[in-house]
Design a protein around this ligand. Structure first.
Ligand code: ADP
Ligand code: MG
Ligand code: ZN
Length: 472
């Protein structure tokens, strides 16, 4: 590779507190424009903000989950800029005394991404362009945000996307944000520069603002790599600028020169007392964290014997992992339960938001009972799939859909008779098997399974066929 990409991400995440960061207005998404507002969150003169304690605690929880140091005292600061989405002409943020510093995430390729900091700030309003007018909806203004800043540690788009997915899974699991990129509750700025592999100095970067999907993050990185490489190869310089990504064209366009910290005229916010957390508060928050997805993944694969690909999918959604754990306890077989959820249930519950909200008709205990019957050999997997399809339609328990005949299985005499019959009716695979072709046996097993509509136990059928065939 001629050029190495060097990437740092700034991710904004809306916290799911009930009310805004400095007032009692609701944080609900949507609503009639400018109905979730008051003098405080629209910055009217004389109004006084009060810092939402839950927002500070949620931000600290995020920091704890990501291995950061949480500071007992952090200070809000005014960050000045003039733009209609921000009626005060400054955003209340944090500057030199952020709530969290350090921390990091280790990617599946073993590379560690260090976090620089996590700070608290307020969201701005939303600009709505119509044909002739620019309208502004301040409902989002004052929703609490955290900004998670990384060191320039990523080397590819894939690494950046994996990190974003990890943030999303982790922050959802601890319940501090729904991280819905399509609703803007998680969005990200990509900073990227190129350099020769082996160089240690950083190149000049561009910053692509406000990417609102994983696809956009990857596409913006790929586009910038191409654009900057072309400039550098032509002997030109990359100009440090702030860019926007256009999802329709897949290109980034320059919006303005990059501002730096001086341009913002930061100063400590005089109207808000510092955010204080005692060591005891921080320990209490740490203890309140649920088991994190990474640790669940390790437990599922190492202790419960779940296949890694299944475990990754289950731990991606908090409600699915809880459902799985309950069903696995009841069924007595974690591996089979995991694989049933991922293959059978995910086939029908297929969108991200359905999985996130996870509420199948068949509850976890019912699924566990059903799969317990498979584990103890009372019914076959085929029967379980059929019964599950009915449970998924109407709810109810396994026993509502499994007949005596299903449970009885097949008697030894019947099994011998059916296997004999399969050999007679399928002379070709039978001869092939006798001639030493192992694989041909499966055709005969399949024939018996079809004949019994899946009630027979495939292993017993196979054993019976092996008994019959050589002596034939
Ligand atoms: P800001 O963008 O607000 O001015 P910083 O200068 O601290 O803030 O950097 C923001 C992000 O840009 C961080 O994630 C950082 O790792 C990344 N970054 C800084 N310099 C470079 C560079 N030369 N190439 C790539 N990423 C960079
Ligand atoms: Mg930036
Ligand atoms: Zn308000």
């Amino acid at each position: 590779m001629k050029w190495e990409s060097v990437i740092g991400l700034e991710t904004h995440v809306e916290l799911s507190t009930r009310t805004k960061i400095f007032c009692g207005c609701t944080t609900d998404f949507g609503g009639e424009p400018n109905t979730h507002c008051c003098p405080v969150c629209t910055g009217q003169p004389g109004s006084l903000p009060v810092l939402n304690r839950t927002a500070v605690e949620y931000a600290a929880l995020a920091g704890l989950a990501l291995g950061c140091e949480i500071h007992t005292r952090s200070i809000m600061a005014r960050k000045h800029y003039v733009y209609p989405d921000l009626p005060k002409a400054y955003q209340t943020s944090q500057f030199d005394r952020p709530l969290c510093t350090g921390g990091g995430v280790t990617l599946s390729n073993g590379r560690r991404i260090d976090l620089t900091r996590i700070h608290i700030e307020e969201d701005a309003g939303k600009l709505v362009h119509t044909n002739s007018e620019l309208m502004i909806d301040y409902n989002r203004g004052g929703v609490p945000l955290i900004e998670i800043v990384t060191e320039p540690d990523f080397r590819s788009a894939a690494e950046a996307v994996e990190y974003m997915e990890r943030l999303q899974t982790t922050l959802r699991a601890i319940g501090v944000s729904d991280c819905r990129m399509q609703e803007g509750s998680m969005r990200c700025d990509v900073n990227i520069s190129l350099r020769r592999p082996g160089d240690t100095a950083l190149g000049v970067r561009s910053e692509v603002k406000n990417l609102n999907s994983f696809t956009a993050v990857a596409a913006a990185i790929e586009y910038e790599y191409g654009r900057q490489a072309e400039l550098l190869e032509a002997g030109e310089l990359v100009m440090q600028d702030t860019r926007a990504y256009d999802a329709n064209t897949g290109a980034t366009v320059s919006m303005r020169d990059k501002e730096n910290a001086d341009d913002y005229r930061y100063f400590p916010e005089p109207d808000i007392v510092p955010a204080e957390l005692t060591r005891g508060d921080i320990e209490r928050l740490r203890e309140s964290l649920p088991e994190l997805p990474e640790s669940k993944l390790r437990r599922y694969t190492e202790e419960l014997g779940v296949a890694e690909s299944d475990a990754r999918l289950l731990t991606k959604y908090r409600l699915v992992s809880e459902y799985f754990e309950c069903a696995a306890r009841v069924s007595g077989s974690a591996g089979a339960t995991a694989s049933f959820i991922v293959t059978q249930m995910f086939a029908h519950i297929s969108t991200e938001s359905e999985r996130e909200r996870w509420s199948p008709k068949a509850d976890a205990e019912a699924l566990g009972e059903l799969l317990g019957l498979v584990r103890t050999g009372k019914i076959s997997r085929e029967t379980a799939k059929r019964a599950y399809a009915q449970m998924a339609e109407s709810g109810g328990r396994a026993s509502d859909f499994i007949s005596e005949a299903d449970m009885e299985g097949i008697s030894a005499e019947d099994l011998a008779r059916l296997c004999g019959q399969a050999v007679e009716e399928n002379p070709k695979p039978a001869a092939d098997f006798r001639a030493g072709r192992e694989k041909a046996l499966q055709a005969l097993v399949g024939a018996v399974m079809r004949q019994t509509r899946g009630r027979a136990d495939a292993k017993a059928v196979e054993a019976q066929l092996r008994d019959i065939l050589p002596g034939d």
